[in-house]
Design a protein around this ligand. Structure first.
Ligand code: 1SD
Ligand code: ZN
Length: 258
């Protein structure tokens, strides 16, 4: 990007549109999903591949906006089916959070915020790579998971949390061999979801994303969520990094009937 963006003050979401014109488009993300407004539709089953394979080598990076996990070596997870045509390959996963457990998710359900949201970003394989895919309206899909703060720790996140503390500094990276399968990050129910057409939630806000928002939440303890808030961003501690909800305009939100 030519100019950096942030989440506060004059570099915050209300100012993104000045530099990044897509950010004031009519199909932006995130949104509020109102259960009374969704259209029920029966999609073909979603198909996940390589979600249960240990990842040979991954890179974790604090890019100042979030923590991003990419796969450096090994089989890429992929997704097809559901609202998707063709196969989408794993690009990266990252998180959005808030300064306390009452906010942090980007997408909302019935105006309710969740403390954390995981985005698994995939690009359509027929476009060859992420950058080309990001120029097409069906180029990307994001599998999005909402979190809930609970009493007990979620041990499926132990390994990730162990690495997360190593990338607290801005720009820090960690290389991990034999990492947990991506399946460990998510919930098992892949039939209950909402889907709508939207955008990247960060500049350049390209309207190229088929959003799949799962209904079942991932449990995580308050302390586990707190670790994300310890990361350093471009303007001090990255306490929050969620974009506010955007108008739906003419779009329809579908709910898979399973
Ligand atoms: O915020 C991310 C951004 O960090 C980048 O990963 C982008 C894909 O290049 O995706 C957005 S988001 O829409 O998945 N939040
Ligand atoms: Zn995101």
């Amino acid at each position: 990007y030519t100019q950096d963006f942030g989440y506060d003050g004059t570099s915050g979401p209300n100012f993104w549109g000045k530099t990044f014109h897509n950010c004031v488009g009519k199909h932006q993300s995130p949104i509020d999903i109102e259960l009374t407004d969704v259209k029920v539709k029966k999609f073909p089953p979603l198909k996940f591949e390589n979600f249960d394979m240990a990842l040979e080598k991954v890179i974790l990076k604090n890019n100042g906006h979030t923590v991003v996990l990419t796969v450096a070596e090994g089989q890429l997870p992929s997704v097809s089916g559901g609202p998707l045509e063709g196969t989408y390959l794993f690009a990266q996963l990252h998180f959005h959070w808030g300064k306390n457990d009452l906010e942090g998710s980007e997408n909302l359900i019935n105006n309710h915020s969740f403390p954390l949201e995981l985005h698994m970003v995939f690009y359509k394989s027929s476009y060859n790579d992420f950058l080309h895919a990001a120029n097409h309206s069906d180029g990307l899909t994001v599998l999005s998971y909402l979190f809930e703060a609970v009493e007990s720790e979620n041990h499926r996140y132990d390994k990730f949390e162990e690495e997360l503390v190593k990338v607290q500094n801005l720009g820090a990276t960690a290389e991990v061999h034999d990492f947990v399968p991506v399946q460990q990050f998510i919930i098992d129910d892949k039939d209950a979801y909402f889907t709508y057409l939207g955008s990247l939630t960060t500049p350049p806000c390209s309207e190229v994303v088929i959003w799949i928002e799962f209904r079942q939440t991932v449990p995580l303890s308050h302390d586990q969520i707190q670790t994300f808030r310890q990361l350093s961003g471009t303007h001090g501690r990255l306490e929050h990094n969620f974009r506010p909800i955007q108008p739906l305009f003419d779009r329809v939100i579908y709910m898979n009937s399973g």
